[in-house]
Write a protein that binds this ligand. Structure first.
Ligand code: FES
Length: 165
């Protein structure tokens, strides 16, 4: 199990549910709040909401959570890396950048969070900075004109800062 596994505090969940008066019409807002706390939607939280809120079931909550791209069912890392693979970025070399990240962090299609829980990777279709392609973001910071060498150095630096280099 990864280090990001979160022990759920059901009191926190109850506080969130109370804020929304346990009403199923606020399900999306409840899920957004849960994701703000845990940085993803833990399965136990979805089950809990499905059982506690009248008119919902765990299956319904899960169905809604998987429908919306804004919700993550996987733990996110402290560093959320977004790599753009939109047309402008793709033709200017986003794939080598993406592969460098995957290699360095030992990630793959089905595994987008690093074992130490520090980094998570998401591929997006445009970051709104096509003139700077290929573009990556790490949390809120934009990294223009990325290359596989540049992103490797950036990741090395972050890993060193975190003491995991
Ligand atoms: S296509 Fe990559 S930023 Fe727009």
């Amino acid at each position: 199990m990864s280090e990001t596994s979160t022990k759920l505090d059901f009191r926190v969940l109850d506080e969130i549910l109370k804020t929304y008066e346990y009403k199923k019409s606020y399900l999306i807002a409840m899920l957004q709040n849960v994701q703000e706390v845990y940085r993803y939607l833990p399965e136990e939280a979805m089950t809990y909401i499905g059982e506690k809120v009248d008119g919902l079931s765990p299956a319904t909550v899960y169905g809604v959570a998987t429908f919306y791209a804004q919700f993550s069912l996987e733990p996110k890392g402290k560093y959320e890396i977004r790599v753009c693979d939109g047309t402008a970025c793709h033709v200017r070399g986003s794939m080598p950048v993406l592969n460098a990240i995957k290699n360095k962090l030992n990630l793959s299609e089905g595994k987008m969070t690093s074992d130490n829980g520090l980094f998570s990777l998401e591929i997006v279709s445009c970051l709104g900075a096509c003139g700077l392609a290929p573009v990556c973001m790490i949390n809120d910071k934009v990294y223009p004109q990325m290359t596989s060498d540049a992103i490797s150095i950036i990741l090395d630096t972050l890993m060193k800062e975190e003491g995991v280099a």
